[in-house]
Design a protein around this ligand. Sequence first.
Ligand SMILES: Cc1cc2nc3c(=O)[nH]c(=O)nc-3n(C[C@H](O)[C@H](O)[C@H](O)COP(=O)(O)OP(=O)(O)OC[C@H]3O[C@@H](n4cnc5c(N)ncnc54)[C@H](O)[C@@H]3O)c2cc1C
Length: 391
Amino acid sequence: MTESADVVVVGGGILGCSVALHVARALPKARILVLDRGPIAGATSGRCMGHLMVTPDTKEEYAFSQTSVRMWAGLQEEIGGFDYNPTGALYLADAPEDLELLPVLQKQFSDCGDTAAILDQKQLREIEPGLAHDLPGALFYQGDGVVLPMTACSAMLRLGQRHNARLETRPGTEVTGFDGIGSRMTAVRTKHGTITTGNVVIACGVWSPAVAKLAGIAALPIVPRAGNLAITAHHSTPIQTQLLEVSYIRFAHGAAKVDPWKTDEDQGGHAVNMQPQSAGGCLIGSTRQFRGFDTTLNRELLHRSLLRAQRYAPGLLGLPIVRTWVGLRPYSVDKHPFVGPWPQTDGLWICSGHEGLGISLSMISGQLIAAQMTGTPCAVDPTSWLPRRIL
Ligand SMILES: Cc1cc2nc3c(=O)[nH]c(=O)nc-3n(C[C@H](O)[C@H](O)[C@H](O)COP(=O)(O)OP(=O)(O)OC[C@H]3O[C@@H](n4cnc5c(N)ncnc54)[C@H](O)[C@@H]3O)c2cc1C
């Protein structure tokens, strides 16, 4: 069977769904297909946390993340249904060296023209009474929030279909190859037939290098970075705010200090991250390890996270853990996601490599793809995220 589409999005995770939404908005009459070999949101986007995080590491990253997190508030107004909760975030300190990081992070926010407040012990307990009483302080940033990523994927698709009734999703459709004429993309091959198209967006998370290879991109530098998670029973969370150790910034957002291709390397890094869920569970993460596509739970690392979490929120002690699992972050080796056209093939686009910020950055990433595809203004400067940098 051969059919045709104007745009084919490969991958139905949060990035593919956001691309579909934004392209549907920009091209309300185009035929858009979202193909996934599994279910929608069945891979990393269904095995992660939902912290919407503004990162002030550089002005550029701040603009990218802050614009995206703002767009999430807009998505909530337009459609909702994905447990959006603008909790803000508390960056917690415990050790003296962590306390020193609070003004550093506060300055990063102020250098970007934003504000974050350093809280003393008393102010901290007023915001989060469930925290240990001897914690020395924290930084509170109001702009962050929390969502439930699986339902966010479906909200994006529902809204996309409101803008464009010809947007269609095809779970259970594995892409097996691509056809081209010269340097132009002409078709997507799937297990169920060929779809002729002039535009293909690869949004396959940790599988993007494999799918990109089918399209002639020899080595897209994205590597799986595993994270262990645990969630407590419903109606049990002792916290109401997105919480993370301030050392998380150093650990999670810096470039990895180990070789990400050496999958036997067990550096076992972690900084704890705790997230209240709308059903009352407390989601606890989140470790980082390079070990290929292995999704076996690392009980020892997870145990360390749980102990850290209890240190901050003693009310967690003794709560039933109802589920544990591992998700694979798509880590881009230069730390920046790939969002834009592949310059050597007309009609080939990449939207992948967002590591631990894919939920946060999905809205802006979808907008950048749609804007570049239709020649309309991008919400932020796309230059740093363009895939051409690896050529
Ligand atoms: C433990 C953990 C905690 C996290 N916490 C946060 C957080 O708090 N905030 C945040 O912003 N981000 C967080 N992240 C990061 C975020 O989850 C990811 O960046 C994001 O989900 C990646 O989405 P994706 O769409 O790129 O990939 P995926 O969700 O993996 O989607 C890719 C899809 O491509 C499909 N696919 C692959 N190959 C093919 C093929 N040949 N044909 C068709 N389909 C194919 C797959 O089936 C899959 O559904 C976390 C991640 C982890 C692991």
